[in-house]
Design a binder for this molecule. Structure first.
Ligand code: SF4
Ligand code: SF4
Length: 441
């Protein structure tokens, strides 16, 4: 698509990147057919091709309006359109650029500002955990809209404490050299994340148990926090970049010391960290380190599947009766995994190889569940319609439970389902035979 950048964008990195992306789009509209918002609203401007056109107009100098902003806001950033596009248009990057330009030119209402600020600051605040606890305690008397956003308090998975360190030397001081070299010769980093520890604390605990069964120690890096996706998608780019740099400062030294990988238990964080290299490519101080961090980042399923020799050993550590007890589980692949990271069936194959009975919905498994980060709060009507639609397809399988790979999707789907919705790693952990010496449950 030929684009003539307005002078204000001609010499900017964002303008040049957007122009290169737009050039690839041939306006065929294949993407429109698989776009969830187009399917629900039936308006060309609520589909990728229409949004691409709005962004092109803005880049060519036409003043965006509140309507432009509304159509861009309604996009889930699910990137389903990228999977469908035959020309390789990087819609996700383009919409990020378009949104950030429109944000500067179209004034939001005071309420919108306040809500976005509250989401950005509130969800990444250390106080979020306390607020969640309070909400869980008061849950029975909360109005249904609020109740749906607060997951039930989970019974805690017992595990060893995941060490929080700045250097591997601290581990030797903590555990002693013999434990380090014998039991934990392989090490990976996990990210605690911003909302996951409060909403679904068992995910990382279960991951640490499964990794331990594979002879790998899970670690946290002191100083790492929110991956930056939340701020980035709420158009607070500078705040997002600051969070990314802070994480690199925490992770990079440990990767240099020999930690194998940065293993992501939330696909929404994984896709974001894999983009650090691109987002910091022009930052002289951080570009190389960001590339190292992105290269070391693996989704949990991606990392386990790559350990081909360890998978049969992991299977031997599962209790057959516990595996059978799980029954049929319906798996929903999050958009950040199947479209953002292009990993679609890995989880299902892994779980099947381990002996579990898992199926994906036969219809619309490519469609977003409506969670999409803060989208379900900012656009509740579309988010809830997509949730009902997704649950309808998953429940048609008549499963005993639902599995996914991202805390946002899990809590969003759980708010509309009476069946348990879990991270798939929790199912593996609950079927694991724990050697008595290691059974800290
Ligand atoms: S499918 Fe790709 S090339 Fe076709 S309109 Fe959509 S983004 Fe453009
Ligand atoms: S990212 Fe998702 S919602 Fe947005 S235009 Fe693409 S398919 Fe539609």
């Amino acid at each position: 698509m030929q684009t003539t950048l307005a002078p204000e964008f001609q010499n900017t990195l964002a303008g040049q990147e957007a122009e290169a992306i737009l050039r690839k789009c041939v306006h065929c509209g294949f993407c429109t057919a698989t776009c969830p918002t187009y399917q629900l609203l039936g308006d060309e401007l609520d589909g990728p091709r229409g949004r691409i056109y709005l962004i092109k107009q803005t880049l060519e100098g036409e003043a965006p309006t509140a309507k432009t902003q509304l159509h861009l806001d309604r996009c889930l950033t699910c990137r389903n359109c990228e999977t469908t596009c035959p020309s390789g248009v990087q819609y996700g990057r383009l919409v990020d650029i378009g949104r950030s330009i429109v944000e500067k030119k179209v004034k939001r209402t005071r309420f919108e500002h306040l809500l976005r600020w509250a989401l950005r600051e509130g969800l990444t605040s250390p106080l979020f955990g306390y607020a969640m606890r309070l909400g869980q305690w008061a849950r029975p008397v909360l109005p249904s809209l609020l109740k749906a956003k607060i997951p039930l308090l989970q019974e805690s998975v017992r595990t060893k404490k995941i060490p929080l360190i700045t250097s591997l030397q601290e581990l030797i001081d903590l555990d002693g050299p013999s434990v380090q070299t014998t039991r934990f010769s392989r090490k990976v980093l996990l990210l605690a994340g911003c909302v996951q520890p409060a909403m679904a604390p068992n995910i990382n605990k279960a991951t640490a148990n499964v990794l331990e069964a594979m002879g790998v120690q899970a670690l946290y890096a002191e100083g790492a926090g929110c991956c930056g996706a939340l701020s980035h998608h709420l158009n607070a780019q500078e705040a997002a970049l600051a969070q990314m740099r802070r994480n690199i400062d925490a992770w990079w030294p440990l990767l240099q010391e020999g930690v194998e990988a940065l293993v992501m238990t939330a696909s929404g964080c994984g896709v974001s960290v894999k983009e650090y290299a691109h987002l910091l490519a022009h930052d002289k101080q951080y570009a190389t380190k960001a590339l190292d961090v992105s290269n070391a980042t693996k989704d949990l399923s991606e990392w386990i599947i790559a350990q081909t020799n360890e998978i049969p050993k992991l299977k031997e550590k599962l209790m057959g009766d516990k595996v059978r007890e799980q029954g049929l589980q319906a798996y929903h692949p999050p958009c950040t995994l199947q479209h953002g990271q292009q990993i679609k069936e890995g989880v299902q194959s892994l779980l099947t190889a381990l002996g579990f009975d898992v199926a994906m919905a036969t219809q619309e498994s490519h469609l977003c569940c409506g969670s999409a980060g803060t989208y379900s709060v900012l656009n509740p009507s579309i988010a809830n319609t997509l949730k009902e639609r997704k649950l309808g397809h998953l429940l048609a399988l008549k499963p005993k439970g639902i599995l996914s790979a991202n805390v946002g999707c899990i809590s969003h789907l759980q708010s509309g389902a009476s069946l348990p919705v879990r991270h798939w790693i929790e199912m593996i952990d609950s079927s694991l035979l724990k050697p008595s010496g290691l059974d800290c449950r």
